[in-house]
Structure formats: C-alpha cells, structure tokens
Design a protein around this ligand. Structure first.
Ligand SMILES: [Fe+2]
Length: 321
C-alpha cells in the first residue's frame, strides 16, 4: 500500500470570484464552474476546488473560512484502495462512496483517498550547467512569463497534537517521517521513495489548528521566479520569496491566497529513499529559509519591493559620491 501524492484539495471561501481570479493568475485552468463551486486543474489534472462556505457537501474546516477543508490523496489501484478501507474504517468520520474513502484526521481535517485521476505529463525543464557537469550546450536557459504548476506537491497544517496527527498518517496511511523539529514539527512523505515532504505538520508554541500553506510544484527555479513576478504584476501580495529552504533544498516563493493562508511555488526539493535517515532541527528563521526576500520582487521594476527602481542606467554608471 502506498499513497502516491495529492489528487485534489478543496478550499472553503466566501468570495469565489476573487479566488477564481487568483487561481487563474496562479496558473491553474478552470474546468468547471457552478454557483457554489469552482474547479481548477493543474497541468497533470490535480484538482483545486474552491467551494462557497455555504455549500452543503463540503466537510467542516478546522478554522473559520477561508481555509482548506479537505485533502484527497491518491493510490494507484483499486486493490490499494481496498487495503486502505480496512485501515480507515474504524476512524472518526469514516466515509466510503465506492470510489473515494476517508475519515477525519486527529487534527479535525477531512482526509480522503481515491485511485488517482491525475495524468502523466512530459514537460521540458531547465538544464543547469555546473562546474562539474556541462549539460546545456548551445541552448539558452528558459525564462517564464508566468507559472503553470504541475500539481499540488505538499500541504502544511498547524496542529494541536503533533504526535497523534503524525502517528495517524504513519500508521493508517503509511507515511514516513523525513525530518523533525522534535515536539514541534514533522516533515512527512507519502512513501519511502519520494520528494522530501508531501505533508508538514507544525505545532506552534501556542498550539492552534489551521492551514499554513499549500505548495504547488513547478518545473524549475526560473518558473518559480517567473510565476512570482507575474503574481506581483497582477497585484497579489508576496509574503516571502523568492528564497531557499535549507531543510528540503527547495527554492520557494510564498503568496497570500484569498482562499486561505499562503500558496507556494516550489521546485528542486530533495528526493529521498528508504536509506534516508531523518534529521532533527531546532526551528528558527535561518533553518526555515537559508535566504529569502521579505515582500518579494516587484513584477514591473524587477527589483525588491520598496527598493528604488532602476533609473535606466547600470549601477556602475552612477557617479561616484
Ligand atoms: Fe512548503
């Protein structure tokens, strides 16, 4: 039994029009529209649903809207889904409609599992030249006018009982801990082989429940930057980014999301196997980000927000003072 990743997420929010404009700018494709529901897809078919807070068929959130109400994880086959039935059916909030099963995790979030509806995609990504490897020959590196995320790569929640919630994902869904903030956080991946984390659970010093962020996988660093610049030009606010996470090695850019909390473009996280030995870290700003730009980069001036705009001359053209 092996969970593969995230197949679908559902937000609960009041202002569907603003959320729709946001996710269109974010690079998702609107595939279905109803008065109380907008459905978007990433490149591989991973779905992002925004449901109105009054919609009757959406599970309750762990905090007031706007927030994430439901996460649907995927397996590869119906046999794996059958195996999970026996592991989840004694859990609180158990549901089973034949194609999608689930329950409520110890933090109160609706967790669902289905046979994946995502499609394989083949994409061209940037090739990097390093001192030891020259792989990009007679070819320019890409630049992106905007991002088109491949899928939802991970979700991050504030939890009030880290041990119980992490234990649920380990014991019931087969997740593996990649790294820890002892007593404070657990980076978890769906299976022994995979990206550094599909789920990060964070117990703040004053424990509370809620969404921290949803992260969307993009192809390469240049798409992180191109996507962040586009969001800036569209008027959306950067919380932090671009920057780099030292724990997972990923490059990131976080934007404030009208559907709840933050969304992240990220790329180049570490790929792990069963040989990986979990490490322990003490939380802190430089552990979270090796470096980062607070408030982001202005999409028009291409300089950090609030910095002096370039005058049209090179810095070196400035007269000596
Ligand atoms: Fe993240």
């Amino acid at each position: 039994m092996s969970i593969q990743g995230i197949d679908e997420i559902t937000y609960g929010a009041q202002d569907l029009d603003t959320c729709s404009r946001f996710f269109a700018d974010w690079g998702l494709t609107l595939v279905d529209e109803a008065p109380q529901r907008r459905v978007f897809e990433c490149l591989n078919g991973c779905r992002v649903v925004v449901a109105h807070s009054d919609a009757a068929d959406v599970p309750p959130g762990v905090e007031p809207d706007p927030t994430l109400r439901e996460v649907v994880w995927s397996v590869g086959t119906t046999a794996e889904l059958d195996a999970l039935r026996t592991r989840l059916q004694d859990q609180p909030g158990y549901v089973d409609d034949g194609e999608r099963i689930g329950c409520t995790d110890p933090n109160g979030l609706a967790v669902r599992v289905q046979v994946t509806r995502k499609r394989p995609v083949v994409l061209t990504s940037a090739v990097t030249n390093t001192w030891s490897e020259r792989r990009r020959i007679n070819q320019r590196a890409p630049a992106y006018d905007r991002a088109t995320p491949v899928e939802v790569g991970h979700v991050v929640f504030f939890v009030t009982d880290l041990a119980a919630t992490a234990g649920f994902y380990e014991e019931r869904l087969g997740f593996v801990v990649s790294d820890r903030y002892p007593g404070r956080g657990a980076f978890m991946r769906c299976a022994p082989e995979g990206g550094h984390h599909d789920l990060f659970l964070l117990q703040p010093p004053e424990p509370r429940k809620g969404l921290n962020h949803v992260a969307f996988t993009v192809r390469d660093l240049h798409e992180v930057v191109g996507g962040g610049l586009h969001m800036s030009r569209q008027g959306w606010k950067t919380e932090l980014g671009p920057g780099r996470h030292p724990i997972s090695s990923a490059m990131f850019w976080y934007i404030e999301n009208p559907a709840g909390a933050l969304v992240e473009y990220y790329t180049d996280e570490d790929e792990l196997t069963a040989e990986w030995v979990p490490r322990e870290f003490t939380p802190g700003p430089t552990v979270f980000a090796e470096w980062a730009i607070k408030g982001g980069i202005d999409g028009h001036t291409r300089r950090q927000v609030n910095a002096e705009a370039p005058s049209g001359r090179f810095m070196t053209d400035k007269p000596k003072s």
